[in-house]
Ligand binder design. Structure first.
Ligand SMILES: Nc1ncnc2c1ncn2[C@@H]1O[C@H](COP(=O)(O)OP(=O)(O)OP(=O)(O)O)[C@@H](O)[C@H]1O
Ligand SMILES: [Mg+2]
Length: 281
């Protein structure tokens, strides 16, 4: 893997790169609380997983962390610190600066985040120019390095290709390259592998594990798939209807679930071979 962390490691005094402290998210008009007290913390090189049914508040939690809640949603209580900075206290410009450079994200459906009429390489290079202030030629060199770092074969060719020329798995790698281009400390992956077939999904998870190991990247991994979480996460949060119903070390939560809802999730996943995976790991 090429060197991805040339900048000094930004961390809070406690060494944590992300703290989410009893966060509540509310709809400002109807007053509905869609997230009711989510909390976790992340040290460099650690991975936390968020699982739970559709609409349970996983994505809104991520968006609150990124400072990009949809209109009319607000963090009504609690606090979020990214590399020691209180997200609520940052100006819009400071938040924009934080995103990409300190915290970054990949979502499902990578194609929708890329401009279809520009080759993918220059789109990654643009991130490096904007976020790192690199000159054009340097940005191109670095972007090509990143395409190699996310295990795209023939990165020079891929650099020149348009989104429609690449498979879903390749596009997700390009998005990950763009997301890590400015060497963030935290990566949020929200259903980032959901649309991919199982083999490609496993490769992308390996890639995230590589990045964690080689750069100390901390990861928030959102998935409805417990097997994905089992593979990568140190800790897991199980959400249901905006509440965290169970939280703890991954082994404990998946092997020895205490909450009925977690038991149900684990049982549902048994048909996909979660049991076998847990035994191997
Ligand atoms: N942009 C939005 N406008 C209005 N309501 C929203 C918006 N985004 C989310 N919600 C609502 O907030 C709640 C939590 O949604 P969220 O997207 O966080 O769920 P999720 O756990 O990510 O679900 P999924 O697994 O389907 O992605 C849901 O009730 C959802 O309908
Ligand atoms: Mg979601």
């Amino acid at each position: 893997m090429t060197a991805l962390s040339e900048s000094p490691v930004e961390t809070a005094v406690d060494g944590l790169v992300l703290t989410v402290d009893s966060v509540h998210i509310r709809h400002q008009v109807d007053g509905r609380e869609v997230v009711k007290g989510v909390g976790f913390e992340l040290a460099p090189g650690r991975v936390v997983g968020i699982v739970g049914e559709s609409g349970s508040g996983k994505t809104l939690t991520c968006r609150a962390v990124l400072g990009i809640l949809p209109p009319l949603f607000e963090v009504a209580a609690g606090a979020i610190h990214v590399a020691g900075k209180d997200v609520a206290a940052l100006s819009r410009a400071e938040l924009t600066e934080l995103r990409g450079s300190t915290i970054s994200a990949v979502f499902q459906d990578p194609a929708s985040y890329l401009n279809p009429s520009i080759p993918v390489g220059p789109q990654v290079a643009e991130v490096i120019r904007v976020k790192k202030g690199a000159k054009r030629r340097e940005a191109r060199r670095r972007a090509t390095e990143l395409l190699a770092a996310v295990h795209l074969r023939d990165p020079e060719l891929v650099y020149t290709q348009y989104p429609h020329e690449l498979s879903g798995g390749m596009l997700q790698r390009v998005l990950i390259a763009a997301a890590i281009a400015a060497e963030p400390r935290v990566l949020i992956a929200d259903e980032a592998t959901t649309a991919l077939d199982v083999t490609v999904q496993a490769e992308i998870l390996d890639l995230l594990a590589d990045l964690r190991d080689s750069t100390g990247l901390a990861i928030v991994l959102v998935s409805h798939d417990l097997a994905v979480v089992a593979q990568l996460c140190d800790e897991v949060l199980v959400m249901r209807e905006g509440e965290v119903v169970e939280q703890g070390p991954t082994e404990q939560v998946l092997h020895n679930p205490r909450h009925d809802y977690t038991r149900l999730l684990v049982a549902e996943h048994e048909q996909y071979g979660l049991d076998r995976f847990l035994e191997e790991s």
